[in-house]
Design a protein around this ligand. Structure first.
Ligand SMILES: NC(=O)c1ccc[n+]([C@@H]2O[C@H](COP(=O)([O-])OP(=O)(O)OC[C@H]3O[C@@H](n4cnc5c(N)ncnc54)[C@H](OP(=O)(O)O)[C@@H]3O)[C@@H](O)[C@H]2O)c1
Length: 358
């Protein structure tokens, strides 16, 4: 987090806290206290304010991500120090109902979708204000529920495979957990880019990942991917440390290991403007994997995805052309947002879980 975004966050947080205490306006699910056992509280709060470059969106659907649980459980407090109470939720599809005086990209009535920026989150609510640069026009050929399922996982896959790995036609990529929220999007994106895709899943999801285009499917409960795959150009790692270390061995020299499940690397700490002690912790946490990667002549990098309306516009085109289709597991009513989070926390979701707000 850089100091500007932190100052910005404090400003909004103070306003929000005052609003939450006012008890009027819209319904929202808030984190009242950090903790694994804590549930989100359904609360009445004032509608969000907008600044001149913001739009106000009436939320129709919001997707649930493991990041929501991790933030509530305080696992991300060091890098995302949200001050309670705050509204949770990182994915939205809805309709623009108000625009700031300097907004150029959107008008009232536009159907949009987004992953709001860190410190501007809060999609488990009836309304959310976002900077226009974080938002894109919703693909016309999908529903609000399907649209809400896309931004966070779509941008993650894009930033990992296109931005970081520069995945090209003819290359080989191993995408772990192909049936998960990130996996279902990443497989389709990698196929669109012309890569050969290997993935892991369990027996009941093999047909799903094959339908999405996976060329090599490994049942992780029966087989070890490291004894089957070799000379890969890219690995998208989303699992534990053991899987991360095994992934190094299937890469060819010069190959790239991009991890979205940690450990964070020094480049990431630098990018978010972390204080010196966080930089030091991050350096230590990733020392082992960076050293191993160096010895093998491959590259390790950590990705924490960011909001980016321009990339979401590219994703809109891929969805409208039919190259990428949303994969939905369940849609929960808004009142059951806690149940939707518990379902995602089981780790068994097949594609995305969405909350229908209206
Ligand atoms: N850094 C970032 O920017 C970022 C962004 C998005 C996500 N993430 C992280 O990436 C991870 C994955 O996210 P997600 O949303 O895709 O999760 P998810 O949707 O909850 O993943 C569930 C899927 O994972 C599969 N799975 C579980 N254990 C597996 C294993 N050992 N090997 C292969 N597949 C396995 C399950 O298939 P079976 O039921 O068949 O086992 C299930 O379909 C999470 O830790 C999340 O927090 C990070």
């Amino acid at each position: 987090m850089n100091s500007l975004s932190e100052a910005h966050y404090r400003f909004w947080q103070n306003k929000r806290t005052a609003q939450i205490n006012k008890n009027s306006g819209m319904k929202a699910f808030i984190v009242g206290h950090y903790g694994k056992k804590e549930k989100l509280q359904l609360t009445e709060i004032a509608e969000p304010l907008i600044k001149e470059t913001d739009i106000l969106v009436q939320v129709h659907s919001a997707a649930v991500n493991l990041l929501d649980s991790k933030i509530k459980n305080a696992e991300f407090k060091m890098i995302l120090p949200y001050k309670t109470p705050f509204i949770l939720g990182h994915d939205v599809a809805g309709i623009v109902i108000k625009v700031g005086s300097k907004v150029r990209k959107f008008k009232v009535g536009d159907e949009v979708y987004a992953r709001p920026a860190d410190f501007r989150i809060g999609t488990f609510a009836e309304f959310i204000s976002m900077n226009e640069n974080d938002v894109a026009i919703k693909p016309k050929n999908i529903s609000m529920e399907e649209a809400a399922s896309i931004p966070l996982v779509g941008l993650t896959a894009w930033q990992a495979l296109v931005e970081k790995a520069n995945l090209k036609t003819g290359q080989k990529v191993f995408i772990q957990a192909g049936s998960g929220g990130v996996g279902v999007f990443a497989i389709q994106l990698a196929k669109h880019l012309g890569a050969t895709v290997a993935t892991t899943t369990s027996a009941s999801n093999i047909d799903l990942v094959k339908r999405l285009g996976a060329d090599i499917v490994i049942d992780y409960r029966k087989e070890d991917f490291e004894s089957i795959l070799k000379d890969y150009d890219v690995v998208l790692n989303s699992q534990d440390t053991k899987t991360l270390e095994k992934s190094l061995k299937i890469l060819k020299t010069g190959g790239k290991l991009v991890s979205i499940s940690g450990p964070p690397d020094p480049e990431f700490a630098e990018k978010i403007g972390a204080p010196w002690f966080v930089k030091l912790i991050v350096r230590l946490l990733s020392y082992r994997i960076r050293r191993k990667a160096k010895r093998l002549g491959v590259y390790y990098s950590f990705l924490f995805m960011r909001a980016e309306g321009a990339q979401l516009n590219q994703i809109t085109k891929l969805i409208e052309s039919g190259a990428i289709k949303p994969v939905m597991d369940k849609v929960f009513p808004f009142e059951q947002t806690n149940e939707a989070m518990s379902y995602v926390e089981t780790g068994r979701a097949k594609g995305k879980v969405v909350v229908k707000v209206r």
